[in-house]
Design a protein around this ligand. Structure first.
Ligand SMILES: *[C@@H]1O[C@H](CO)[C@@H](O)[C@H](O)[C@H]1NC(C)=O
Ligand SMILES: *[C@@H]1O[C@H](CO)[C@@H](O)[C@H](O)[C@H]1NC(C)=O
Ligand SMILES: *[C@@H]1O[C@H](CO)[C@@H](O)[C@H](O)[C@H]1NC(C)=O
Ligand SMILES: *[C@@H]1O[C@H](CO)[C@@H](O)[C@H](O)[C@H]1NC(C)=O
Ligand SMILES: *[C@@H]1O[C@H](CO)[C@@H](O)[C@H](O)[C@H]1NC(C)=O
Length: 349
């Protein structure tokens, strides 16, 4: 027993213990059938409650593996124009300090992952892939004058319930990790799910004589994960630094600068300030921006000035091959020529 906890401590020391350890399912998760309970042991970072959820809901694991992949790709795409570009999520289930400490970056990744899991489960319900759920219930609100409720909506309720049970488990029933970090992670997970809830929108399909749309059926569906990630990115930029301190008799997270107000349900929170990610510093989980591409005409975060932190940039030209002068031939193929175009590229010094 003593030996075991020593091993756990040791592993935590080498950035192994993390509440988003399950993102490592991207490594082996797809090659598994998820039809035998011993498959749940594949990733030894699942906490006991997650293991139990897995054993009881094996089919759901496909949705969770999918969510882990979506978390990775959407995070990288959403942050590709920033100094911190979510590249370290690639190392899951191992995490560098940018994601292993209570930073702003880990806040947004937790929120994104929480949203992705519930999103994925809610969608799987609607597509009939899960035995425990089906389409979401018909909305209680009256349909508009020009449509009726129909089709199959995403089952948000089931997605939220099962998703929260899975992603919140590491914070709920474990003795490792600080109380402050657990509160931070739980809060940010809830923010991710709230953004998901707010993304629910009415989607419609037309019927009737060739596009006349005389009959319209509508249902409630979730927005794409890219839209949800974009919303979370703006929350990341406006995230609030918090401290863990006594408020009355209980210890809570409160904004550091303005600790008279409680933390809002809509804001991402973090405990540890991040480096500026300008220079390489492995101890801080910063890769630096040397050799990163920047955009000379942009004045956003991918501008050469901001991306290169004022160090300047090198320009080089690159030839890119493109299909051009495409012609459509009756019937049915397209021929194109290949054109070469020279483009200027800029990379940070
Ligand atoms: C599990 O799934 C795999 C592939 O999907 C299949 O080959 C195997 O027979 C299944 N095993 C059981 C016990 O159903
Ligand atoms: C993936 O599978 C390999 C071989 O089965 C195993 O050695 C490795 O630890 C697994 N990786 C993860 C992240 O579970
Ligand atoms: C993200 O940043 C890393 C480290 O600076 C870099 O190697 C990688 O190419 C970047 N990825 C993208 C898509 O820009
Ligand atoms: C650079 O930024 C400008 C303005 O935001 C944009 O129109 C252009 O597509 C960007 N170029 C590249 C290569 O991303
Ligand atoms: C660039 O900055 C100018 C003024 O500083 C602003 O009007 C413009 O909208 C900005 N463009 C972009 C693409 O952010």
């Amino acid at each position: 027993m003593k030996y075991c906890s020593l091993v756990v401590l040791f592993l935590c020391g080498v950035r192994y213990c993390n509440a988003i350890h399950w993102l490592g399912l991207t490594v082996n998760g797809s090659s598994v059938g998820w039809n035998q309970t011993h498959h749940c042991k594949l990733l030894d970072g699942l906490v006991p409650d997650q293991l139990q959820l897995c054993r009881r809901n094996l089919e759901m694991m496909h949705s969770i593996v999918h969510a882990a992949k979506v978390t990775k790709t959407t995070c990288q795409k959403t942050f590709s124009d920033m100094r911190w570009n979510c590249s370290s999520i690639e190392d899951a289930p191992f995490f560098t300090p940018d994601l292993a400490k209570g930073t702003r970056e880990s806040a947004v990744v937790f929120a994104l992952a929480a949203a992705a899991v519930s999103h994925s489960i809610a969608r799987s319900c609607a597509s009939g892939d899960l035995p425990g759920c089906s389409c979401g219930p018909a909305p209680a609100e009256q349909p508009g004058p020009d449509f009726r409720w129909g089709g199959c909506g995403d089952n948000l309720r089931y997605g939220l319930q099962m998703g929260a049970a899975f992603v919140d488990a590491p914070m709920k029933n474990s003795r490792s990790g600080s109380q402050a970090a657990k509160l931070m992670n739980l809060h940010n997970n809830a923010v991710g799910r709230q953004v998901l809830i707010d993304s629910m929108e009415t989607k419609c399909k037309c019927h009737g004589v060739s596009g006349s749309c005389s009959v319209k059926t509508c249902w409630k569906g979730l927005q794409d994960m890219h839209d949800i990630a974009a919303e979370l990115k703006s929350k990341y930029l406006a995230a609030t630094k918090v401290i863990h301190r006594h408020v009355g008799t209980r210890k809570q997270l409160v904004p550091k600068e303005m600790d008279v107000r409680p933390v809002r349900d809509t804001e991402l929170v973090y405990l540890v300030s991040s480096p500026d990610y300008c220079t390489r510093n492995e101890k801080q989980g910063s890769y630096g921006t040397q050799d990163r591409q920047c955009n000379k005409t942009s004045n956003g975060s991918d501008s050469c000035n901001l991306m290169c932190c004022g160090r300047g940039y090198n320009a080089y030209t690159e030839k890119v091959a493109e299909r051009c002068q495409c012609k459509y031939h009756w019937c049915c193929y397209v021929t194109c020529k290949k054109c070469e175009r020279t483009v200027e590229r800029y990379v940070c010094k």
